[in-house]
Design a protein around this ligand. Structure first.
Ligand SMILES: [Zn+2]
Length: 171
């Protein structure tokens, strides 16, 4: 069984309300579908695997990432595909973003996803203990035709059976 915090429950509830409102008012939220169509053969996490056999089962909830590295990769590809709810659901309840209005947070993720080309992902280091793991990676991105990259050491924590993204240090 997964342990779901009160904050996550509230966020999920708020998110469902937001989705319902979107459907009612027909806001243009076709980004996910458009980007998902572009997912074509290669998974956006740069694993060289087919998306269907790589991150898609995590995004659809069919499978849970067995370790923090798979979670990290699936979050990168979720950003690339504009899957904001996956980013929200896989964030630890103590992360500062959790305190934001979920609607604003979701909009921020979607905007970042829309404005960014996810060019490459290089995993530099993966250290895992029972309930804590670190993934150090370099992400290469492009915004408005400008290339940039950053190296991040992400901290993940296991809650029950579920790995969650907790914090990050930029190197
Ligand atoms: Zn993948």
């Amino acid at each position: 069984m997964q342990e779901i915090s009160l904050v996550q429950k509230q966020n999920t509830c708020e998110f469902l309300i937001a989705i319902t409102l979107e459907k009612w008012y027909k806001f243009p939220i076709k980004l996910q579908e458009a980007k998902a169509l572009k997912a074509h053969m290669c998974c956006p996490c740069k694993s060289q695997k087919n998306y269907e056999e790589c991150c898609k089962p995590y995004h659809t909830g069919e499978l849970q990432p067995a370790d923090a590295l798979l979670l990290m990769r699936s979050r990168y590809s979720a950003y690339a595909l504009g899957l904001a709810e996956y980013i929200i659901e896989t964030t630890h309840p103590t992360h500062p973003e959790i305190g934001k209005k979920i609607w604003d947070w979701r909009e921020d993720i979607l905007r970042f996803s829309r404005d960014t080309e996810f060019v490459d992902l290089e995993i530099l280091c993966f250290e895992e203990q029972d309930h804590e793991a670190f993934v150090t990676f370099t992400a290469s991105l492009k915004q408005q035709d400008k290339d940039f990259c950053y190296t991040e050491k992400s901290l993940f924590e296991k809650q029950g059976d579920l790995w969650l993204y907790k914090d990050a240090e930029f190197l």
